[in-house]
Design a protein around this ligand. Structure first.
Ligand SMILES: [Mg+2]
Length: 174
């Protein structure tokens, strides 16, 4: 089993980080790699993230995260620095920072896996789940809707979860 995981709003409580950044008066640093000299992602992860990652072999864990060009010329470097913040990327076999829809990128990553390997994709954006489902139909696609977020209607083939443990629970049933 291989896990391809989104970062913001899936592993990282991005809203909590935004609120802290505003409180600290450091919004000017958002979108720059320097931001991550002042903050560490581990302080803003959802509480289930580290124990869940530690329960999996590192070789099975991959980040696939999209940067937002609207965040400026350093947007990609900002996202890369975010993933590497305080050694967080050490939990993962690979980290892919990309732009746009994830479907084709996920196909490229999955080509490195053994034939028949189960691929689990988790993202809080329905458009990304649909993109992956379209390009890699055998992938198990989970829409992460964290506690407190507005429930979303999901089409057939996509499974909504609110924790990483629910992903494991569903995979045991499938
Ligand atoms: Mg996200």
């Amino acid at each position: 089993m291989k896990y391809l995981l989104d970062f913001d709003h899936t592993l990282l409580d991005t809203e909590k980080l935004k609120q802290q950044t505003a409180k600290d008066g450091r919004l000017d640093l958002v979108g720059t790699p320097e931001f991550w000299k002042h903050y560490a992602v581990r302080d803003f992860l959802f509480p289930d993230v580290i124990p869940w990652l530690q329960s999996k072999p590192k070789e099975s864990l991959h980040i696939v995260t999209a940067f937002k060009p609207s965040q400026g010329p350093q947007a990609k470097a900002f996202q890369e620095a975010k993933c590497m913040s305080d050694g967080f990327s050490d939990h993962f076999e690979s980290v892919t920072v990309m732009e746009g829809e994830k479907g084709t990128v996920v196909v490229e990553i999955a080509e490195r896996f053994s034939v028949g390997e189960s691929v689990v994709f988790v993202d809080d954006r329905l458009s990304q789940c649909l993109s992956v489902k379209e390009h890699l139909p055998h992938a198990y696609c989970f829409l992460m809707v964290r506690e407190g977020e507005v429930p979303k209607v999901v089409p057939a083939g996509i499974i909504a979860v609110s924790t990483l443990a629910e992903v494991d629970g569903m995979m045991m049933q499938l």
